[in-house]
Design a protein around this ligand. Sequence first.
Ligand SMILES: [Zn+2]
Length: 91
Amino acid sequence: IEPGRPEFMIGAHCLNHNAHSIGICYEGGLDIRGQPADTRTPEQKAALRALLKDLHRRYPQALIVGHHDLNPQKACPCIENVAREYADLQP
Ligand SMILES: [Zn+2]
């Protein structure tokens, strides 16, 4: 897990949602042909879950959504169903 901007700073990750969200990204997300795909390694999945767990503890009312859920023109994070995968960490 590599921190980007501090949480108190407004990010630049999702048009119209930067001021009230925290952006998380993982390296990957494209298959060998450059098509969107869930390429997370088990280690990335574990790190992502640990990070989301920590954020959920500190921001219990925050929804966990994919970029695609807020902007259908985006394929990322290339996770089949973000809400379902992290249902246990939703408000
Ligand atoms: Zn994105």
